[in-house]
Design a protein around this ligand. Sequence first.
Ligand code: ZN
Length: 696
Amino acid sequence: MPDSAVAPAPSDSLDNPLLQAWLTPFETPPFEQIAPQHFLPAFEQAFADHTAEIAAITNDPSAPDFANTITALERSGRLLNRVAAVFYDLVSADSNPALLEIDTEVSQRMARHWNPIMMNAALFGRIALLYGLRSKLELSAEQLRLLERTYTRFHRAGAGLDAKAKARMAAINERLAELGTAFSHHLLGDEQDWVMQLGEDDCAGLSDSFVAAAKAAAAERGLQGKAVVTLSRSSVEPFLKSSTRRDLREKVYKAFTARGNNGNANDNIAVISEILQLREETAKLLGFASFAEYRLEDSMAKTPQAVRGLLERVWKPARARALADRDALQQLVAEDGGNFKLAAWDWRYYAEKLRQRRANFDDAAIKPYLALDNMIDAAFDTATKLFGVKFSERKDVPVWHPDVRVWEVFDAAGTHKGLFYGDYFARPSKRSGAWMTSLRDQQKLDGVVAPLIINVCNFAKGNNGEPALLSPDDARTLFHEFGHGLHGMLSDVVYPSLSGTAVFTDFVELPSQLYEHWQEQPQVLRQFAKHYQTGEPLPDDLLQRFLAARKFNQGFATVEFVSSALLDLEFHTQPASAIGDIADFERRELEKIGMPEEIAMRHRPTQFGHIFSGDHYASGYYSYMWSEVMDADAFGAFEEAGDIFDSKVAKRLHDDIYAAGGARDPEVAYVAFRGRPPEPDALLRRRGLLDTPEAA
Ligand SMILES: [Zn+2]
């Protein structure tokens, strides 16, 4: 029967797997039964349930107490969490046109659902009353933290404003949701519209694996038998690094840095201006001078001044190093017989040449030793040595794509701790990048809930049944995402909203970036980096050259990152009226910091999805570096102990960082682990920038 002929029957929920109990191992989502048409009805049911739960808390005739207000809020919205977790996993990792269409509708419905809850005066009245009495309520440390976080969340969402201001905030939130979606759709549009076909003569310098990937990319676009460069970073960066054709490098570089800024229907300039104006208006409604002041109040950094202080401290030595490297690259151009001034599209190419010369190392040499399975084993074994957790693969847990693998996680005593899903390979239905997410978070409010944690990556599959071989960057990404994964798996809190990665944005990269350190330890590489054909361990000489090459080109990497972070901060500190034309503003700000013209920002404004496709990283792009100050310093604790798996240090790391979720103030947690606040020099040392002339 065609859909249009059937009215929704009352028994619909019986046919909707999202609304039923999951009779699968560990009550995981039964992916093979879930279809796109199940989502909208499930969301409607979930919104209705949640609204009723909130009304019951708000209208409770008894006096507010912790249990009937704060704990009750923690218990609310379970169905919504369950449906949304499955939905967003699929939209990001295995999407299709039907899901993307629903996505637009869901994001609008979400804003409309949450606005009246977060601005509910009666509910906020109950929370504020408890917050005022908090020292007299005899709460546990975690309960006190939960009360503070709940109050702060509602307060910062505008729950305490008058009716007129609230109405304006609600309108702004809906408009910002729309603008953020438009920003990402524009960017995606510009990326999808452009390809550069590679003819016979255009492949000079390119590796076989690059050409194979370029052919696969062409086939996906219906260009069978051809090869294309696309505007994804994973296509552009290796091309710029290896193509000997300077004219083609220029073409690709210019198209890549012009995304969202082509004066066509996908142009993001007007979108950015409106976003900045509305964010500033939000901040002012809430009593802040700028969006950055509003945003950073609820972070470890606390103020724009603190962020600027860190970025400028790193900027000076990084810029000095980059300028010295630029001169060396220019000399290489001359030695090569080139009669031109080094341009931005030449940097990666000549830097790679210089690296091969100085460190006598190129990535292709080590790849055969970095088979995906070996690196997964290395990541697991590191967790076993540090935290006692063990992993055992399960074949009976439903997954969203046949490539997804699942492991059961046990603690040292052999007790079930959760599940870990690894979705490692690139495919057209997956968005680019790598991330950690969850289908269910750890908590023990009403009995132990074991987490379901996901890592998604975009590694290239091996050809013809060969194992997938990772680049050094891929291997580092695997450890990074697994570090986030451990933050979710080891979480040991009572309340769901404090679970795992529910921490400040400038703290959340600590568990992930810290974990990267083990990936590059000789002890780990000697054990797990084995040749995929011969089983031979990584030769010592190659290992030493690999480690030496890691510090190479750090001036460039730091400059491209910090310039983006500084611009993000300026966008959200300066009055929107003073910013004016976005392109002019970008030029002025880069001139102010002395940006080397041979280096582009990692993200130019019209393609800066971190800060414009949503507000999570808005005036928060610095967070990676803030966390890096801590991770570089934190790994020092193991080095000082003389053992990268020292059990005492690992125990503190587990208790104070990985298991603590958001149940403690991050600064207090860090000091508990390290015995003192972090020392910023460790970051400069790790990036090899401590010995530059301006690094004092
Ligand atoms: Zn991360």
